[in-house]
Ligand binder design. Structure first.
Ligand SMILES: Cc1cc2nc3c(=O)[nH]c(=O)nc-3n(C[C@H](O)[C@H](O)[C@H](O)COP(=O)(O)OP(=O)(O)OC[C@H]3O[C@@H](n4cnc5c(N)ncnc54)[C@H](O)[C@@H]3O)c2cc1C
Length: 336
């Protein structure tokens, strides 16, 4: 059996060259549209509005899959036809190339949400963690996810990346991770099987879960949250949002994809870029954020090519001046 996965996204460590992609034949794309229902797909859809960076060319096909069944059918159909596919969440951790994506982008839009006794919550992979999931859990006096207030993500993206934040406020002595609240997840395996995987299966790390390597896709997660006084939840949320306001870009003003480079323990990728004098540096309409040098922002109409010039500049300058190698954290999607 051919192994397939949610592919055509690369984490490039040696350079920011994009891989050559094989263009799927239009007849195969038409066949895909027939099999999933022509009314469920759109052709030639610009991806920029589907990302927090606001950057990216068109996808040949865009399919918003609104249930687990539709999502599994979409992914399975792309696999059967051998069409490149990319599973999109909130688009908050990716840079899409200016030439877009050849194949089908499947937006995971499984937004189910159920509450069970003893703090158990089952959430669909396409649900936005904030505001939807966090507000719903806080309204029921359930604590845990409130630490991640203000971070753009879907549930599936949170599993992919093991969402994290320096909390609880006000001490902020440790990083809290998504894995601390997840008991298990329902996944679609590369072999097309649906199964429940315990949290231990995901081998969570910093910005990492095993699905980076296996190609498993998340359908929903089961979380266990702590009954907590609502006033306490709201206090932490207020403080976290205020802290974020001081150091992170407001997405309305500064579209971006969060941290571009991986954390360098005890040193900080942003600090190294700042020490090299690159904070605020602009290329075209892309710029290194003036408050946080590990973030590149779109000042309005930036291209992926401009962002990549800044990525290259930061990497080569930091390597030359400090000897540290910056590794790219965000995913590069499609053709550049
Ligand atoms: C302003 C800003 C601030 C940020 N701050 C933080 C922060 O404090 N902490 C932090 O951890 N991150 C932060 N990020 C990064 C981002 O929020 C997270 O990485 C988030 O989890 C991305 O989720 P997403 O749904 O947008 O995923 P996407 O960007 O859409 O996709 C990322 C990856 O997840 C995969 N994926 C999506 N859905 C599924 C699924 N159902 N099954 C399997 N794979 C899937 C995609 O295929 C892709 O490979 C920030 C980003 C921004 C823009």
């Amino acid at each position: 059996m051919r192994v397939w996965r949610n592919f055509h996204m690369t984490r490039l460590t040696d350079s920011v060259r994009a891989p050559a992609l094989k263009t799927p034949e239009t007849s195969l794309l038409r066949r895909y549209a027939d099999l999933v229902g022509r009314g469920n797909v759109r052709w030639d859809v610009p991806l920029a509005p589907h990302t927090t960076f606001g950057i990216g060319g068109p996808a040949d096909l865009f399919h918003r899959a609104r249930s687990a069944e539709e999502f599994c059918h979409a992914v399975g159909t792309a696999r059967e036809l051998g069409i490149p596919s990319f599973v999109l969440g909130r688009g908050a951790n990716i840079l899409v190339g200016d030439r877009g994506f050849r194949g089908v982008v499947i937006r995971c839009d499984i937004t189910t949400l159920e509450f069970a006794p003893e703090g158990v919550v089952v959430a669909g992979a396409g649900l936005d963690t904030f505001p939807d999931l966090i507000n719903a859990t806080v309204a029921r006096g359930l604590g845990g996810l409130h630490h991640f207030v203000g971070i753009p993500s879907t549930v599936g993206g949170a599993v992919w990346q093991n969402l994290h934040f320096l909390s609880p406020a006000p001490a902020r002595e440790r990083t809290m991770f998504w894995e601390e609240f997840m008991e298990s997840a329902t996944i679609l395996t590369p072999a097309g099987k649906i199964r429940t995987a315990p949290a231990s299966y995901f081998r969570f790390g910093y910005d990492y879960s095993i699905i980076h390597d296996t190609g498993d896709l998340v359908l929903d997660v089961r979380l266990r949250l702590e009954p907590t006084p609502r006033a306490e939840l709201r206090r932490v949320m207020r403080e976290n949002l205020a802290w974020r306001d001081n150091s992170h870009p407001d997405l309305w003003l500064y579209p971006c994809a969060g941290s571009i480079f991986k954390k360098i323990q005890g040193i900080g990728a942003g600090r190294l870029i700042d020490e090299c004098g690159l904070k605020g540096h602009v290329h075209g309409a892309a710029g290194i954020f003036h408050k946080h040098a590990n973030i590149i922002v779109n000042h309005g109409g930036a291209t992926a090519a401009e962002v990549r010039v800044l990525i290259d500049l930061a990497r080569t300058t930091v390597a030359r001046e400090t000897g540290y190698e910056l590794e790219i954290e965000i995913g590069m999607v499609g053709e550049f």
